[in-house]
Design a protein around this ligand. Structure first.
Ligand code: GLV
Length: 327
């Protein structure tokens, strides 16, 4: 029986299924490199399945039998793909299944930030609602506004759909390539990053985390945004310069920010962004629904099983690792 490590977010029912075919060891936390149990399991593992394990050269040195790492996420910035490919270790992710779930979350965060929902929830629960709500607590409309979506992958497109059909918004987008379909169906306008930043009421960042996107939104980008702009990050924390965001918020260069992701996760409780009323902070909830956890775990398990059978997994990221080994 091949040995598999499951860690963090692999749903229990999927782990039970995997146990019928593999010897599965489950780890719940990330502190792997100092955990002798984890290192022992790693030495023998043919497969790894889970969320956000940092797969580095160092980790791979401890894993001589590894054939595949199946990420239970669409983002794979936690994987050193080059190092894996060099060793013919397959990497897979779970695109598609989470698209609508993440788009719902981004919309929720956008509405919550614009209408100040968490802040006013606390206001009521603390017993401060004693008279008609005063102007100082009023929010900002979302419908009929302009949204600028940076990164028009499938999640960006699902956000464009909600914006256009649900909220009558004017949709701008910036992407590596034009998406004719999105322009036609959601009446979206392609523009340069600077144009998007200057014209949007809501700037919504949805790009993957790569060396090219690291801190792509920083001081200059915040300066270009409207003073009334609301910035939403539903992608990865590393894509934003958090210090510049903090400065933009305290200097009233932008109105507010809704953040599902942070440069360091879990976010440090001392992160100054958490002290600001005009920041909505969430613990990376994008894909985190019960339904989606199961769908993602099932897809990741399928990828893992195909890989361990020597077949090409449907969501392989580094196809070279498969071909080198099997052709
Ligand atoms: C969520 O952030 C994912 O990458 O799946």
């Amino acid at each position: 029986m091949k040995k598999v490590i499951a860690y963090t977010r692999v749903s229990k029912s999927v782990r039970e299924q995997l146990k019928k075919k593999y010897e599965v060891t489950y780890f719940e936390n990330y502190e792997y490199i100092n955990d002798p149990e984890f290192l022992k399991a790693l030495k023998e593992a043919s497969g790894i399945i889970g969320l956000e394990l940092k797969v580095t050269e160092e980790l791979l040195n401890y894993a001589p039998n590894l054939e595949i790492v199946s990420n239970v996420s669409v983002g794979y910035d936690n994987l050193d793909i080059n190092a894996m490919t060099k060793r013919n270790i397959m990497a897979t992710n779970t695109p598609g299944v989470l698209t609508n779930t993440v788009a719902d979350a981004v919309f929720g965060i956008m509405l919550a930030t614009a209408r100040r929902i968490p802040e006013l929830n606390t206001f009521v629960k603390n017993g401060n609602w004693k008279e008609y709500l005063q102007l100082e607590h009023f929010g900002t409309d979302v419908h009929n506004k302009t949204i600028g979506i940076i990164g028009m992958g499938s999640i960006g497109e699902a956000i464009a759909k909600r914006s256009h059909f649900g909220f009558d918004m004017n949709v701008l987008y910036h992407n590596r390539s034009r998406k004719e379909h999105v322009e036609k169906v959601y009446n979206a306008t392609y523009c340069s990053l600077n144009e998007l930043l200057e014209q949007s009421d809501f700037v919504c960042l949805m790009v993957p985390s790569t060396p090219e996107t690291e801190r792509m939104i920083g001081e200059n980008e915040f300066k270009r945004m409207k003073q009334s702009a609301i910035f939403i990050n539903g992608s990865r924390g590393k894509n934003v310069d958090e210090k510049a965001l903090y400065q933009a918020l305290i200097n009233n260069e932008i109105l507010a920010a809704g953040l599902d992701v942070f440069e360091k996760e879990p976010v440090n409780p001392d992160n100054p962004l958490l002290k600001l009323d005009n920041v909505i902070a969430l613990p990376h909830i994008g894909a985190a629904t019960r339904e989606n956890e199961l769908a993602m775990s099932m897809l990741a398990a399928k990828n893992l099983e195909m890989g361990l059978l020597g077949k090409c997994p449907p969501n392989i990221i580094n196809r070279e690792a498969y071909y080198d080994d099997h052709n």
